[in-house]
Write a protein of this length. Structure first.
Length: 147
């Protein structure tokens, strides 16, 4: 993930603002402390559901946490994301794209797109960023957190 170091820095900032350490955040998010430590070291990104929990806990923009924007959007109320498969279908249509374009023009795996559209699998944070870029929208819009 290109923005792993930015994600790590933003996560540290948000944790510091709330006076949290890795074990405390792990307990809040329902994950292992070693996962939080890996995020803070920039070694990995959270899985989809963990990422959503993190966004909801910190009440921040996905794009801000990922380092894609420097605008914090403090005070903005984000919507609870709908199931990703439903939202992806809506966004593809809204953006005038298609499964075909994502596969053949943007380079996504056909099986990955199929799995995301049918709800069989959730995308990685890296794929969420790539999808948002390919669809020319924010990560928050892609996730359904903003309209």
């Amino acid at each position: 993930m290109n923005n792993l170091s930015k994600f790590s820095l933003r996560l540290k900032e948000l944790m510091d603002e709330r006076g949290l350490n890795a074990p405390a955040l792990a307990k809040i998010l329902g994950t292992d402390r070693t996962n939080i430590t890996r995020y803070l070291r920039g070694e990995r990104a959270p899985q989809y559901n963990g990422f959503i929990k993190m966004l909801e806990y910190f009440e921040c923009s996905a794009d801000y946490l990922l380092g894609l924007t420097d605008i914090t959007r403090d005070g903005v109320k984000f919507s609870t994301p709908p199931p990703f498969c439903e939202r992806l279908r809506e966004v593809i249509k809204f953006c005038g794209s298609s499964q075909y374009k994502l596969e053949y023009e943007k380079g996504f795996s056909g099986s990955a797109i199929y799995n995301w559209l049918t709800g069989k699998k959730l995308p990685s944070v890296e794929n969420i960023i790539a999808l948002a870029k390919s669809l020319d929208c924010t990560v928050d819009f892609l996730l359904g957190r903003e309209n």
